[in-house]
Design a protein around this ligand. Structure first.
Ligand code: FES
Ligand code: FES
Length: 161
């Protein structure tokens, strides 16, 4: 007997996707393994590290805590989508300029979270940046350069969301 699979239809980075998925598959795994969108990283797999951060209907979530079936009917945006549209081109450039990444494992989630902050609060101070990124773990950089990069992006955007 074949394992149960449920039909889902969702939009991923603007593209309509239909699939049949096992009910327990997480959204991050679905994106990576079924759609090849490997920019959404998997770290802790229990909602702590933020490596799997993505947008679900405009709100950032932990992709390891959302089931793929829960995304049925939703709009999903991943780091590939934000990157391809150019939405975060300046933020990505600031990360590169300030050496805000080393191994890069945390970077997609960090960029998703940083952009989420800058959309909601275009000119955050350093404490607000640290607070907002506190759910995204980085084992390499010590965070200083990341905060620098987000602050520099906010300044260069001139307070525009
Ligand atoms: Fe999802 Fe760590 S892999 S929060
Ligand atoms: Fe390595 Fe952040 S750059 S975990």
């Amino acid at each position: 007997m074949s394992a149960t699979r449920l039909p889902i239809a969702l939009t991923v980075n603007g593209e309509t996707i239909t699939a049949e998925v096992p009910p327990r598959v997480h959204l991050a795994d679905f994106l990576r393994e079924e759609l090849g969108l490997t920019g959404t990283h998997i770290g802790c797999e229990h909602g702590v590290c933020g490596a799997c951060t993505l947008r679900l209907d405009g709100v950032i979530v932990r992709g390891c805590l959302v089931l793929a079936v829960q995304a049925d009917g939703a709009q999903v945006e991943t780091i590939e989508g934000l990157s391809d549209t150019g939405e975060i081109a300046d933020l990505q450039a600031a990360f590169a300029d300030r050496n805000a990444l080393q191994c890069g494992y945390c970077t997609p989630g960090m960029l998703m979270a940083a952009q989420d902050l800058l959309r909601a609060e275009p000119m955050p101070d350093r404490d607000a940046i640290r607070e907002h990124l506190s759910g995204n773990y980085c084992r390499c950089t010590g965070y200083q350069a990341i905060v620098d990069a987000v602050e520099a992006t906010a300044r260069s955007r001139g307070g525009r969301a």
